[in-house]
Design a binder for this molecule. Structure first.
Ligand SMILES: *Cc1c(COP(=O)(O)O)cnc(C)c1O
Length: 311
């Protein structure tokens, strides 16, 4: 798990529409850490696995939606580091015919191949997943486990994300990251220098994120959120976003996912075009991964006859 010594590449982003606007943009290719435990999910799991091991737990249990990058990552690390894994998945209808569900969902199919056992629950039950009652019922059913919250965010996850930035990143002015639960950006904020600023792009609607981030970042207040680029909410996409992602890939050869990194990059490019950043600003965007989720989105887009994300 600890291949932290291997530094990932900061790649310069050369896009015609922003090339003459006086700022420079780089992207940290955390997506290249691994195809299943890409980017931030690897960072978030690392110290949790050490802890589970220390506590002598044999099973990891976590929660997620049917296309979750986190579910994919937990299944993979479980298989490779000798833990049993249980995924509590939102949507009880997915459990009615497991073979059919797996044949239509590569995220769950891959997690299943990696040995993950699923517990499908209704959306209303899922809402109570962090209550004592719900957890106790799971313990009765599955025995003891090490619990990893939905999206993987806890203090140990934040600690792992404090390892994303490296000394070579000290000369960037702005660090950008996509946000789901806020754990990743909290780690980034904690590891920035006092002269650097962190700018977050929530992939969902909601005003609870600032509080979440504050919970894990006591000292450093040098951050803000850019909340105009969620495209209607978590998992929501439109053709403008997909077209942006496809053009970006064609020009830079860098793949983005439509749930997180595509929205962030759309926002960064839009802000650069609106001259939000001072001339000479050096921006580092974190590619948090998420590419395993593209197939799931594409099957949804196909049903709606919308353009697909190109491979
Ligand atoms: C999970 C995820 C995020 C969000 O991370 P949080 O720590 O939950 O804010 C961002 N990008 C990708 C690709 C992810 O899979």
């Amino acid at each position: 798990m600890d291949n932290n010594k291997k530094e990932v590449l900061n790649q310069e982003v050369n896009l015609k529409e922003i090339n003459d606007l006086g700022v420079s943009l780089f992207i940290k290719r955390e997506d290249q850490i691994h195809p299943f435990i890409s980017g931030n999910k690897y960072r978030k799991l690392k110290y949790n696995l050490f802890k589970a091991d220390e506590q002598n737990e044999k099973t990891l249990l976590t929660f997620g939606g049917a296309f979750s990058n986190h579910i994919s990552a937990v299944a993979f690390v479980g298989k490779n580091f000798g833990f049993k894994t249980i995924g509590v998945i939102r949507g009880e209808e997915l459990g009615y015919d497991l073979d059919k569900t797996l044949s239509q969902n590569i995220t769950l199919q891959t997690a299943h191949d990696h040995g993950m056992q699923f517990e499908f629950v209704s959306r209303s039950e899922y809402r109570f997943k962090h209550t004592k009652k719900f957890i106790n019922e799971l313990k009765e059913k599955f025995g003891n486990f090490y619990l990893i919250p939905e999206g993987g965010t806890n203090e140990l996850a934040v600690k792992g994300c404090e390892e994303i930035l490296k000394p070579k990143d000290n000369d960037f002015d702005i660090i950008c990251s996509s946000i789901g639960t806020g754990g990743t950006i909290a780690g980034i904020i904690n590891s920035t220098k006092s002269y650097q600023k962190t700018l977050g792009f929530p992939a969902l609607k909601g005003d609870f994120l600032e509080k979440e981030i504050e919970k894990y970042t006591i000292q450093n207040k040098n951050w803000s959120l850019s909340t105009d680029y969620h495209f209607g909410g978590f998992g929501k996409v439109n053709s403008e976003l997909i077209t942006f992602i496809n053009n970006f890939k064609e020009e830079t050869n860098i793949p983005l996912d439509p749930i997180y990194t595509g929205k962030m990059m759309f926002g960064i490019v839009d802000l650069i075009k609106k001259e939000y950043f001072k001339k000479g600003t050096r921006i580092l965007a974190i590619h948090t991964g998420g590419l395993q989720g593209v197939a799931g989105i594409n099957s949804r887009l196909q049903k709606k006859n919308l353009p697909l994300v190109k491979k």
